[in-house]
Design a binder for this molecule. Sequence first.
Ligand code: AHG
Ligand code: MN
Ligand code: MN
Length: 335
Amino acid sequence: MSQSKLITMDEFTIQETRKFPQATGDLSALLRDLGLAGKIINKQVRKAGLVDILGKHGATNVQGEEQMKLDVFANETLINILKNCSECAGIASEENDNHVSYEDTFSCNAKYVVLFDPLDGSSNIDVNASIGTIFSIYRRVSPLGTTCTEEDFLQPGNKLVAAGYIIYGSSTMMVYATKLGVNGFTLEPSIGEFCLSHPNMQCKENGKIYSINQGNSVKYEDSMLAYLRYCMEESKEDGRPYTQRYIGSMVADMHRTLIKGGIFMYPGDKSAPKGKLRLQYECNPMAFILEAAGGKAVNNHERILDIVPTELHQRVPIFIGSKNMVEKAMEFVGA
Ligand code: AHG
Ligand code: MN
Ligand code: MN
């Protein structure tokens, strides 16, 4: 990256938010704090395989405390950073049963709330595959000057102000979307800054990859099995089948889908009609990002972003990715 072209995420965000005449800079500050949390989590993630070695030498855990699991560490890092950030009124996390309202005066006067999946794909930590943090930002609906309430967190995805993820992969990247589009920033470790590396990300209308836990096939409805047969047998324009890729870490599977095109699915099945993934922590933010990049995200009959949540941890089936591929899938499984 030549220095003359180096644009940090903070610089970029400030320039972008100036395009909104009513902008106060609060959103830029919030994104910066989420980036900071990402850097702290990244530092810990990069040490994952060393924990036992360092622990034995007493370099960590001097008080003999049990090493904190990475998903607990990520959750606490985000909760504490956002608590000290005067733009955030409260949070809801995949790891907590209920939302947390911050009670200090700054937070009560803050206009945003944040939802997150602190560490997505955490079963991949042991095998050194990519994991991530997913976040969503809503403007609160409860009155300013009070503590935020659950209804602030139960807004449909079409009310999102911004959403994004940090992926801890071969490199660490933060990708975020606003209604102005999607941009990706790669962490330059020597200066500790996320730098613009993927401007104006677009999801191709057509792709060649389908991504699903096909081991669940035995539980799928016939319509879903018919679509999978299509993927395996006749899907590409040249009549050859799609390629199958599935990491089992939604952030990593979605990052590939955003960059290369494709379809990612976690459908409902006979034993779990609503699938596995969470509307508020995983599906809405990814749907917002993919739509802002020209892609599409539906359950089997409506746009993910139009679903009005009724509870914080509700699950929803999802088909998300390249627009034409999602539309084709709906010819088989759409209700
Ligand atoms: P989390 O680690 O936050 O619990 O999420 C795991 C999710 C998601 O990242 C991934 O797409 C999915 O679970 C994988 O589920 P299966 O193992 O059932 O395929
Ligand atoms: Mn997750
Ligand atoms: Mn998680």
